[in-house]
Design a protein around this ligand. Structure first.
Ligand code: CTP
Length: 151
């Protein structure tokens, strides 16, 4: 594939992000650009699998396992590559399950999952690209911005 951003020596490459979602991926990882890492973002790069894609490269930074689930919310087809000494030493495809348990809170204050009952939140994924999820208990629909606001 044509190289849009140069290869990195060490760090994390998040590839196959759906077109237009790279800044949301950075935001969910709490990367603001004020840290010392070199961050490169490529948007609307032609891709053989998904038409066009975004790519994020964060140098000298390795993703923690719990971050993988967060990325799946925003970029359900992303591939996460860990780079050490210019080599891809780990490659993982994220996976957004059809049912999400515990990761996100329902934003309806009167939902039973927000009561003192020990009930774990549960959502059905209606649309994994634009992100739309429905609370199992109260039916509240939450979208990408509602989810991003929780991180
Ligand atoms: N990459 C990088 N720096 C490196 C090695 C790889 O920035 N030192 C980037 C590549 O540009 C690519 C991603 O990491 O965006 C994955 O690299 P690689 O597995 O070599 O590419 P592909 O085979 O095209 O990956 P896939 O099969 O996941 O599409």
């Amino acid at each position: 594939m044509e190289l849009h951003v140069k290869k990195i020596k060490n760090g994390t490459v998040i590839d196959h992000i759906n077109q237009g979602y790279s800044l949301d991926v950075l935001s969910i990882l709490n990367i603001t650009g004020k840290e010392k890492h070199v961050v490169s973002v490529a948007m609307n790069v032609p891709s053989k699998d998904i038409g066009r894609k975004d790519i994020v490269k964060i140098e000298d930074w390795e993703l923690k396992p719990r971050d993988v689930d967060k990325i799946a919310l925003i970029a359900p087809h992303a591939t996460i590559n860990i780079i050490r000494n210019y080599n891809v030493v780990d490659k993982k495809k994220v996976n957004l399950p059809k049912i999400l348990k515990g990761t996100i809170k329902c934003n309806n204050p009167s939902c039973i999952s927000n009561s003192r009952e020990p009930i774990e939140s549960m959502f059905h994924v209606k649309d994994d690209i634009s992100l739309s999820i429905r609370c199992h208990f109260c039916g509240r629909i939450m979208e990408k911005d509602d989810v991003l606001n929780q991180f």
